[in-house]
Each structure stands twice: as structure tokens, then as C-alpha cells.
Ligand binder design. Structure first.
Ligand code: SF4
Ligand code: SF4
Length: 492
């Protein structure tokens, strides 16, 4: 991969320019790409509009009664496609994030920066929403450049453009907020004073400002300066990865069209249509560059030129560095084998973990104070905290049952008379809201003779009326001077 400082042979010299968006004196070089409405543009346009529609519709969409995507920060929950990840779902979250990262690695190894050119929100919104609207206000591509040259930044039409961008940014930031708080909460806030929800209001103000600044002023510099993904390219792709590439063998030596063109000239007529259309301001003929977001605009521009001069299309095309150099295609490479294997393991782990997850999470904890207390009547009291997380989409009632308290315990401790056993459970069944977590305290009182060497094992069973059933073994504590073990071998 080359960068803008290192043009290959035949490149347009750009001595002194560090970035395509900077002039040599350090001032901003405004990129006003000339749109090339060829077949690749039309395909990307369809994808972009579908993605935009999904973004704006997603907060309103439900799967299994839950949002498609909700990052519920106050409740520390993350819902994706109707599945709610709870703070305890570290493993699930790890599998999901790992699969996402490896998936991007695999896509990049196979198709280069397909993500950047086709699906990244920066490209999608800039090229298919903000730039077209901006061009309309400026009076088209040529007029846009003329206004830049004159330094006419605040004409009435341009002010109209900035206001329209602001309204779009406002809508985008409200949609973004809905991904964190849900649409019901958002609508509630929108009808009330900002003083009642200052944090959310501040988020909207800041995010609107960032979106407006990004799409009005910063634009392609986000890809060139801020985004780390472009810088990973040299590590993530190889010479077999499919990229947008200029066929140097076919194009060079470039020569202008016309009577003076020599017979040995390549197909490139040096018209610079590919440069004028590039949204990051680079020349694809300089080879693979970090600034190239694989947007395919240069393919459309050059194909149009080739058609006009009667040459075959594809001087710039989707290809690989090896294919351009005449090397055979090798689909099986270390990274195209390793990434799918790791991805399959992560997705398998994710699927298994989700499949084996019960409909509720049960945690049984000891009381906060002394391990046990001795009551006035001599009985031993254990406090048990039972914490239940309801994973279902509606509130559920969870009855809690105890085993091993009367009769022989689960560990062959001596039987106890039921009259000597007391269970104090202020809330049984315990009602837990959808996706919520609640903890209840239970007190178990037993005679001191119920304990063997200071302990007695019981079972705690929690269930719901839709098939969830979970039993855990729990160790009650008592005085160690209690009954010796009548069954040292531990046989039934
Ligand atoms: S558009 Fe094609 S012919 Fe024109 S300069 Fe670019 S590569 Fe050469
Ligand atoms: S070089 Fe071509 S594919 Fe790369 S960003 Fe520029 S126009 Fe898009």
C-alpha cells in the first residue's frame, strides 16, 4: 500500500502535500467530487437507501416484543434482534464482539474496504444524503467549485444548506438517542422541558453539533484522519484481496487522446475523470492508497470514458494486486482459512451459549451480616439472599421451594420434625419485571441438632409457570458443636 507521499511510477506528482485535503501551505483543499452516476453508483445508492431506512426505522421495530437494537445504559442491558444481553452475559457479549471483529477482518481480507465504500455510515450519509443536498443548494458540481473559488461561504443558498444540514443532524441525533433509551422514553422527553432530562438534552445538543460539523465541514477528513480502519488496511489485506484497482499494464504509458497519441500508448488518456470524481481527492493510478475508501466512483468515471473512446471497460475495476500483475487467483490463503475457522468457533460458542441460557438467572447468596444467628428459642437462623433476573419479555412470578429442610437432608444429615422448621419468605413467589433483576431475603430457622459439623445442605428450587425450573444446592451454616455425622461414609 502506498500513501500520498509515495506515488508510483507514472503518478501525478504531488510534492509537499501531506493529505489530499490539505494544500501545500496547510490550508484546506476542499474536495468537490464530480458525481459519476454509473452502474456501481446505482448499486451503492440502493444499498445506501436501504441502510438509511433501516437506521431510521430500527428504533421503532420490534422482535419478540423487544427492540431490534437498544443499548439501555441506565439498566445496563443491551438488546439485539430481540435478545437482551444482561451485565452477567460477559461470555455472550465477548462472543458477539469477537465474531463482529473477525467478520470485519474476513470481509477485508476478501474484498478490501467493502465496508467503507458500501456500508459505513460516514460514506453512506455523506455521499447519498448530505453531498447531493449540498450540490442542489450550491447549484451543481461546477457552481459548487466556483463558489469555493470565490470564497462565497455564506450566500443565501449556502445558508439554506447549512440550516438543512442542521435539521438533518437534529433528526439523526434524536434517532441515535432512541437507540439508547427507546422510542417511548424519547417521545416523552420531547414533549417535556429539557430541564427534566438534562443529560439526554445535552447528548442531543452535542451529537447534533458533531454530526453537523462532520457532514458540513470535516467530511472526508474523518476517513483520512480520524478513522483507524484505513490504517489497518496494510495489515488486513494481502495481494490477493479484491480492491478497486487501476490496471497499470493496460493503462500505461498514459497519453492524451488525439492526433498526437502514439501507437504504443496505453488506454489511459489522462483525462483525470477518475481524480475529479474521487471523494477523497486521490489519484487511483498511484496504486493502492490508505485514502481510498473503495467507493467505485473512479470505476464508473473511467468506464464512461472507455465507452466514449471505444475501448473495453475495466481499466479501473474490482481486482487484486496479484491479478493486475498477472498472477493466478488463490482463494485459499492463511487468512481466508484462519478467519472463517475462528469465526465459526465464535459463532458456535455464541449459538451454544444462547441456546443453553435458561429463561432466568438465579443467584443464591449468603446474608450480609453474621453467617448465622441463634434465636431466643435456641434455633439457628440463616439469611439467604435469592437474586433472580427475568430474561423473558414480560413480568414473571417465581415461586421458591426448599428441599432437605425436613426429613433427612440432601447430604444425609439427621431428619428434623417439620414443626421445628420455619421459613420466613416475605415475598414468595417473587415477581420480577421483564428484563429486570430483583433480590429477596429468606430466613430459615432450624434446630441446632439439624447441623452436622456446622453445616446442613439443602436445595433451593425456583420455577415459573412457563417451564423454567432451576435447582441449586445450598449450605446452611450452624454451630460446629452440633450433631456428629451419623453416616460418615456418606452412603444413603
Ligand atoms: S478516468 Fe480512466 S482514462 Fe481518465 S485518467 Fe482516469 S484512468 Fe485514465
Ligand atoms: S480512488 Fe476510486 S475507489 Fe478509491 S476513494 Fe477514490 S474514487 Fe473511490
Amino acid at each position: 500500500m502506498t500513501n500520498s507521499r509515495a506515488p508510483q511510477s507514472g503518478a501525478i506528482p504531488r510534492a509537499g502535500r501531506v493529505l489530499p485535503t490539505l494544500n501545500e501551505d496547510g490550508s484546506r483543499r476542499w474536495i468537490r467530487p464530480k458525481p459519476s452516476h454509473g452502474p456501481w453508483w446505482k448499486r451503492r445508492q440502493v444499498v445506501a437507501y436501504v441502510l438509511m431506512a433501516l437506521f431510521f426505522a430500527a428504533p421503532h421495530m420490534r422482535v419478540f416484543g423487544k427492540p431490534v437494537f437498544l443499548m439501555d445504559l441506565p439498566r445496563r442491558q443491551f438488546t439485539l434482534m430481540g435478545y437482551t444481553f444482561l451485565p452477567t452475559d460477559t461470555l455472550l457479549f465477548m462472543f458477539t464482539m469477537g465474531a463482529g471483529v473477525i467478520g470485519i477482518f474476513l470481509i477485508t481480507a476478501l474484498w478490501g474496504r467493502a465496508w467503507c465504500g458500501w456500508a459505513c455510515p460516514q460514506t453512506v450519509y455523506l455521499e447519498f444524503l448530505f453531498r447531493p443536498i449540498g450540490r442542489w443548494f450550491d447549484g451543481g458540481y461546477t457552481s459548487s467549485r466556483a463558489l469555493d473559488k470565490k470564497g462565497a461561504w455564506f450566500t443565501p443558498r449556502r445558508l439554506g444548506k447549512y440550516i438543512t444540514f442542521f435539521l438533518l443532524a437534529l433528526y439523526v441525533s434524536h434517532t441515535m438517542l432512541a437507540f439508547f433509551v427507546g422510542t417511548d422514553q424519547l417521545y416523552g422527553w420531547m414533549t417535556r422541558s429539557p430541564s427534566e432530562h438534562p443529560s439526554a438534552f445535552l447528548f442531543v445538543v452535542l451529537f447534533t453539533g458533531i454530526v453537523w460539523f462532520n457532514f458540513t465541514y470535516f467530511r472526508e477528513q474523518t476517513c483520512l484522519i480520524v478513522c483507524p480502519y484505513g490504517r489497518w488496511q496494510s495489515a488486513l489485506i494481502d495481494r490477493q484481496s479484491v480492491i478497486v484497482a487501476y490496471d497499470v499494464n493496460r493503462g500505461e504509458p498514459r497519453a492524451h487522446a488525439g492526433a498526437t497519441r502514439s501507437t504504443g500508448a496505453g488506454d489511459c488518456i489522462d483525462c483525470k475523470a477518475c481524480v475529479q470524481t474521487c471523494p477523497t481527492g486521490i489519484d487511483i493510478r498511484n496504486g493502492l492508497q490508505m485514502e481510498c475508501v473503495h467507493c467505485t466512483q473512479c470505476i464508473d468515471a473511467c468506464d464512461d470514458i472507455m465507452t466514449r473512446i471505444g475501448k473495453p471497460k475495466g481499466l479501473i475495476r474490482y481486482s487484486s494486486q496479484d491479478a493486475i500483475a498477472g498472477q493466478p487467483r488463490k482463494f485459499l490463503r492463511l487468512r481466508t482459512v484462519l478467519y472463517p475457522v475462528v469465526l465459526a468457533v465464535l459463532l458456535g460458542g455464541l449459538g451454544f451459549t444462547m441456546w443453553s441460557k435458561p429463561a432466568a438467572d438465579l443467584t443464591v447468596l449468603r446474608g450480609l451480616d453474621a453467617p448465622f444467628t441463634t434465636e431466643a428459642d435456641g434455633r439457628i437462623a440463616n439469611q439467604i439472599r435469592i437474586k433472580i433476573t427475568n430474561r423473558r419479555a414480560e413480568a414473571m412470578r417465581y415461586p421458591v421451594a426448599f428441599g432437605g429442610l425436613v426429613g433427612a437432608s440432601v447430604e444425609s444429615a439427621p431428619p428434623i420434625d417439620a414443626a421445628q422448621v420455619t421459613v420466613v419468605a416475605p415475598e414468595n413467589p417473587l415477581t420480577v419485571g421483564a428484563g429486570a433483576t430483583r433480590t429477596t431475603s429468606v430466613f430459615v430457622l432450624l434446630p441446632a441438632t439439624a447441623f452436622v459439623r456446622g453445616e446442613r445442605f439443602i436445595t433451593i428450587t425456583v420455577s415459573d409457570d412457563r417451564g423454567y425450573l432451576e435447582t441449586v444446592r445450598y449450605r446452611l451454616l450452624g454451630p460446629s458443636s452440633s450433631t456428629p455425622n451419623p453416616n460418615p461414609a456418606g452412603t444413603p
